[in-house]
Structures are given as structure tokens and as C-alpha cells.
Design a protein around this ligand. Structure first.
Ligand code: HSE
Length: 440
């Protein structure tokens, strides 16, 4: 039997950051060393772990002798740099330094890629090294590679993603236990899903960064986080969640990237917002802190990718997959895909997106009210798909009724002016909520 020991000299791996993900990356590099060497064709030698404070107590798997606060020198003596520190700086400068020195880069840093990915891609391209970032979107779920490579022969028309586990957990708890938003966020914090400051998750910033990365890959166009229209879940109430259930939907925070047109110009629309998803849609089955990405492509049809979108081990799994890929390229020669932006589609305003809507109203309960409301919709060219009127039985003296109107697809700007006009009708007591319906 030939010896399984690879003949190639070891590849030097540097890890930047040793938090929850970094520790699990170190664990896999250490405990799976022999398998990884066989898969790569060379041993992976962990040469250093850059941290802010070398004195901090750490998991026993972390060899303290490898800790250093001098990340700049570390990246210069590595063949592969794994960045799991997060944030824009010093991560950006360190990665640019790494590629300039000829190292391949694996990063989980969605914020950096969504804000300034092209600078890193261009530098890596010039240096002839890889930048891989599977872990930057939806943790363990293989989604970057499928969109970047497996679907490179197809034409993607739409990407719908539940890419933030914290908000999915919160909305799921609101639906299954009738909690209000604050209670559900507190539970998510107690379980370690949500940060002490949950803003990045609940206001949709985290999902917007992932939407920008997915949109860039799917549509071969540069999309930055500034191009993404963003709305979080903080305005949603327990009542919204209840009515979603009553009308056959589940509320989800979606990241959406799709082809569209505005004033006859074809482009891409990228947005993050809460949406009603029909219970029959595969995304409606995604519970708890799980993530899923649903893709529509012309030849492939519908695809769904599902799994754990956060956490140390799942994210480390995606990181190590990338480490093996870039390391193989160093052993065997060749390089992974570079940034594909040939299509260069304009990013269209989110108000041009066509979606269905569900509008909930409180209206006077007397003849002719429905006719007035539907006349306003018709005059704005918004077509009604379904109307449901419910008496307010829990308040014996109530002189109003609840109206739930679901529309056919209409441009967002038309819907906004329609709702404004409806709110101005004397017979309308209150516009309770306006929610988009997606995935129908
Ligand atoms: N905070 C994110 C989430 C994980 O809740 O999904 C990291 O992107």
C-alpha cells in the first residue's frame, strides 16, 4: 500500500480571531489534521492565532504558544489566512496585506465583503490568490459555492433567503407561543442567538449584508450593502403574527434579490423586509434559528438550501471547506473563481419592486364601505385578490369591523399611494398594518 502521507511540504495557516468561530476552526484544524492533510495533499500547519488579548482565558484546544497580538507579522508568514475576527478594520488591512504577500484568504466577514469586497477581490486577483467566503452567508449552508459555481451555467431570476437565525427564532417564538417581540428577543438573548445589543439582527443589517453578497454572485453584478433597501422586524406585533396565521401565512424576515424592471430598464432589486410567506411555501417550514435560501433559476427551476446559519461549529465547517479548497489549489496549482461582474446590472430602487400586499384595516361596519375601499384600490390600478371581513366580537359595543385585503402584485410605490388614500377615507378608522406577501 502506498503511504497516505502527502509529500508536499506543510502549508502554513494563520487564524485571525479566536472567538466562538475561531476556536472551532482551531479545533477542526487540530483534531482533523490527518484527514485534512490527506484531502489537501499537504499537512496544514497552524502557525499562529491573532487575538487582541493573549492573556484571555481560552478553550484548552487553543495552544497558547500560538497566540499573538501581532497580526501584521502573522499574515506575512502564512500561505492561508483565515479571518474570523469580523468588523471592517483591522480585518480589511490585514487581508489586503495577506494577499499582497501571496497568501490565500478564507473569510467569514460578511460586513467587510458587503461593504468593500471588490477591493479585496481585485487585490487577490492581481496577486493570483484565492478569496473564499462560504461562511459569510448562512453559516454552514453551502450557498456561496452553489451560486458562484454550480449555477454559473444557468440564469438565476430570484433569490429568497431566511439568512438571519436570530430574527427567524424571534418570529417563530412569536408565532408558536404568542410572545410579543421584546419577550421573544429576550429569549433569543438568553439562548445566545441574539447579542446584548440585537440591533444588527432585528433591524436587518446582518441580513442586508448577506443579501448584497448573494445578489452580487447570483446576478454577476456589484451590489453593496448601501444598495440594499432594509426594514427590520421591530415594527411587527404579536397581532401581526396572529393575523398571518389566521390568513394562511407565516411572517419571515426575507432577503430578496431578483431581476426586475423600472422605467423599462432591466436591473436587480435587492431588499430585506418582513414578509408573509404562504404556509405551503418551503420557506414557511424553516423554524427556530435555522436559515434557508430558496433560488429560482431558469433551467434548474426551484432549489432550496437549508441548515444552521450561525454558531461556532456550523460556521467553522464552512470555513474549513474553504481552507481545503484554497489549500488544494496551492498544492495542485490553479485558482478558484474570481469576481464575476460582467452583467453590471443597475440596482433598481426598491419602490419599483412588484409584490403582493396584505392590508389590514379597521373600518365602519355599514353599507357601502367595501365599495369605497375597493374603488380607491381600482383607481390606483391595484387589483384585489381576496377580501376578508371579520366582526369585532370580543368588544360588544364595537361599531367597526376588521378588513383584511390581499392584493395581486403591484409596484410598491402604487401600493404606498393607495394606502395613503385609503387612510384618508372617512369610513376607515385605522390602517392597522401593511405587509408584503412573498413566495406565492
Ligand atoms: N447573527 C446572525 C444570525 C449570525 O442571527 O443569523 C451571524 O451572521
Amino acid at each position: 500500500m502506498p503511504s497516505p502521507v502527502p509529500a508536499h511540504p506543510p502549508l502554513r495557516v494563520a487564524v485571525l480571531g479566536c472567538g466562538v468561530v475561531g476556536t472551532e476552526v482551531v479545533r477542526l484544524l487540530t483534531t482533523q489534521a490527518s484527514d485534512l492533510a490527506s484531502r489537501v495533499g499537504a499537512p496544514l500547519e497552524l502557525v499562529g492565532i491573532a487575538v487582541r488579548d493573549v492573556e484571555t482565558e481560552r478553550d484548552a484546544v487553543v495552544d497558547r504558544a500560538l497566540l499573538t497580538a501581532d497580526a501584521e507579522s502573522l499574515v506575512e508568514r502564512a500561505d492561508v489566512v483565515v479571518e474570523v475576527m469580523g468588523g471592517i478594520e483591522p480585518a480589511r488591512s490585514l487581508l489586503l496585506r495577506a494577499v499582497a504577500g501571496g497568501a490565500s484568504v478564507v473569510t467569514a466577514n460578511k460586513a467587510l465583503l458587503a461593504q468593500d469586497g471588490p477591493t479585496l477581490y481585485a487585490a487577490a486577483d492581481e496577486a493570483g490568490v484565492d478569496v473564499y467566503f462560504e461562511a459569510a452567508v448562512a453559516g454552514a449552508i453551502p450557498i456561496v459555492r452553489p451560486v458562484r459555481e454550480s449555477l454559473a451555467g444557468d440564469r438565476v431570476t430570484r433569490v429568497l433567503g431566511i439568512v438571519n437565525g436570530t430574527t427567524n427564532y424571534v418570529l417563530d417564538k412569536m408565532a408558536s407561543e404568542g410572545l410579543d417581540l421584546d419577550q421573544a428577543v429576550k429569549e433569543a438573548q438568553a439562548l445566545g442567538y441574539a447579542e446584548a445589543d440585537p440591533t444588527a439582527d432585528v433591524e436587518g443589517y446582518d441580513a442586508a449584508a448577506k443579501a448584497a453578497i448573494l445578489a452580487s454572485l447570483a446576478f454577476h453584478t456589484r451590489v453593496s450593502i448601501e444598495d440594499v433597501s432594509r426594514e427590520g422586524i421591530t415594527s411587527l406585533t404579536a397581532d401581526d403574527v396572529l393575523w398571518a396565521q389566521r390568513t394562511g401565512y407565516v411572517l419571515k424576515l426575507l432577503a430578496i434579490a431578483e431581476r426586475g424592471t423600472a422605467d423599462g430598464v432591466e436591473g436587480v432589486q435587492v431588499r430585506v423586509h418582513p414578509a408573509l410567506v404562504p404556509v405551503s411555501h418551503p420557506l414557511a417550514t424553516v423554524r427556530g434559528a435555522y436559515n434557508a435560501v430558496f433560488i429560482e433559476a431558469e433551467a434548474a427551476g426551484e432549489l432550496m438550501f437549508y441548515g444552521r446559519g450561525a454558531g461556532g461549529e456550523p460556521t467553522a465547517s464552512a470555513v474549513l471547506g474553504d481552507v481545503v479548497s484554497v489549500a488544494r489549489h496551492r498544492v495542485l496549482g490553479g485558482k478558484g473563481p474570481i469576481e464575476s461582474r460582467y452583467a453590471d446590472l443597475p440596482v433598481l430602487p426598491a419602490t419599483s419592486a412588484r409584490t403582493r400586499f396584505q392590508v389590514r384595516l379597521e373600518v365602519a361596519d355599514r353599507p357601502g364601505v367595501l365599495a369605497q375601499v375597493s374603488t380607491v384600490l381600482a383607481s390606483h390600478d391595484v387589483s384585489i385578490e381576496a377580501v376578508r371581513q371579520t366582526p369585532v366580537t370580543e368588544l360588544p359595543d364595537a361599531d367597526y369591523a376588521r378588513l383584511v385585503i390581499t392584493t395581486h402584485a403591484a409596484p410598491e410605490h402604487a401600493l404606498r399611494s393607495t394606502v395613503e388614500a385609503i387612510a384618508g377615507l372617512d369610513v376607515v378608522r385605522r390602517v392597522v398594518s401593511v405587509l408584503r406577501v412573498e413566495g406565492a
